[in-house]
Design a protein around this ligand. Structure first.
Ligand SMILES: *Cc1c(COP(=O)(O)O)cnc(C)c1O
Length: 394
């Protein structure tokens, strides 16, 4: 399998797994390095008794403004976390635990990331009631499904904006109107939309929103939780310690991670137009090539799909064998968290695919640094491998 050596050049290999993680932008890496060594901003942002601390704090607050600007929020509405998994845990547990007087009912969808599903599962074990919405015949989680699940005791609805396995886009503004009317809160997992779609928390109409650094050309191990102004006191912190982040997420702030996420957010904002136009063109090109292979179909149902996440099934071909045959091309069969087992993806099953169809599906995900030549090469190799595997099976 081709890979890049640390600090070295590509040893070959095509990376089409951007939905699992993106490379860090060079500009981001540079910002991070500036926060580590003795000649940089290595200070503890909480050490306000000296300039080392002040300078680090300034870097943290600049980054907070950048992330806020990316989603149309105020800097005071952004909390730093260790990643979207933690953001989601804080949003779901923090709000459900504090709003028990209002209700103990949580609504999620069956297509959510495990970070949401496992947290919901934990909450149900702790005595909360959870409804997991099934998609409609077109594979969508629509406002109607949400409306029929809402109850007087529904405290929170948590849905993803762009699905990490299929790229399907949920109509969050439409969902929000229903949720607001019912007096419940809305949390949005925007991890996959952050670098793909323009985001604005007012337009989305969400109360909380989770982001991850490493899905938007920033580093792993850092994330953010947007909490609408005034709502923060309604969250029960999930960590206890030194009082950082106004006590809602204590722990020494990792200046380099945060500066990296801030720089990544600025780059996304500056480049979203150009990046998305280019990625849409690559997507159309890949789709055209793959649809030229007989017995293929896109797994996205009737939902709008974000360019750059393309889930295809190849009838009669085991995705695991296809990936083995495509040595040097980095692809995924399902979400990375479940790729060690050959169980069909819960998302594809949730979409109504048969187990066999789900097990012949492959996710192509790409982004800012993917080239047309890589797409062409990958598509050609896929066509070849599918035909070989089918001839063996015949
Ligand atoms: C990757 C991902 C997460 C988890 O993010 P981490 O920062 O890796 O914890 C949550 N939701 C979606 C949709 C994701 O793709």
């Amino acid at each position: 399998m081709g890979h890049r050596k640390p600090g070295g050049q590509s040893a070959g290999g095509i990376y089409l797994d951007y939905a699992a993680t993106t490379p860090v932008a060079p500009e981001v890496a540079e910002a991070m390095v500036g926060c580590l060594t003795a000649d940089g901003l290595f200070g503890n942002p909480s050490s306000i008794t000296h300039n080392f601390g002040h300078a680090a704090l300034e870097a943290v607050e600049t980054a907070r403004r950048e992330v806020a600007a990316l989603i149309g929020a105020g800097a005071g509405e952004i909390l730093w976390t260790s990643g979207a998994t933690e953001s989601i845990n804080l949003a779901l547990k923090g709000l459900m635990l504090s709003r028990q007087a209002r209700g103990r009912h949580l609504v999620v969808s069956a297509l959510e990331h495990k970070a949401v599903l496992d947290t919901a599962h934990w909450l149900s074990g702790a005595g909360f009631e959870v409804t997991a919405l099934q998609p409609d015949a077109g594979g969508r989680i629509g406002p109607d499904a949400v409306a029929s699940a809402l109850r007087a005791d529904t405290a929170l609805v948590s849905l993803m904006h762009v699905n990490n396995e299929m790229g399907a886009i949920t109509d969050i503004p439409a969902v929000s109107r229903i949720v607001r009317k019912a007096g419940a809160m809305l949390h949005v997992d925007a991890v996959q939309s952050a670098a793909r779609l323009p985001l604005d928390v007012s337009r989305l109409g969400c109360d909380m929103l989770s982001l991850s650094g490493h899905k938007m050309y920033g580093p792993k191990g850092v994330g953010a939780l947007y909490v609408r102004r005034g709502l923060l006191p309604a969250l029960v912190p999930q960590l206890h310690g030194g009082g950082q982040e106004r006590g809602f997420r204590p722990g020494t702030l990792p200046t380099h991670q945060i500066a990296g996420m801030g720089a990544a957010a600025r780059l996304v904002r500056e480049r979203l137009d150009g990046d998305s136009r280019r990625i849409a063109a690559l997507d159309a090109r890949l789709l055209q090539c793959l649809e030229g292979i007989s017995g293929t179909a896109v797994n996205a149902g009737a939902a709008d799909r974000a360019a750059g996440i393309l889930n295809m099934r190849f009838d009669g071909v085991a995705a695991e064998s296809l990936l083995l045959a495509l040595d040097g091309i980095a692809l995924a069969t399902g979400s990375a968290c479940t790729s060690e087992s050959v169980e069909p993806s819960h998302v594809l099953l949730g979409m109504g695919l048969s187990s066999a169809a789900a097990l012949s599906s492959v996710r192509f995900s790409f982004g800012r640094y993917t080239t047309g030549a890589e797409i062409d090469l990958a598509a050609g190799r896929v066509a070849e491998a599918v035909s070989v595997l089918r001839s063996i099976a015949a």
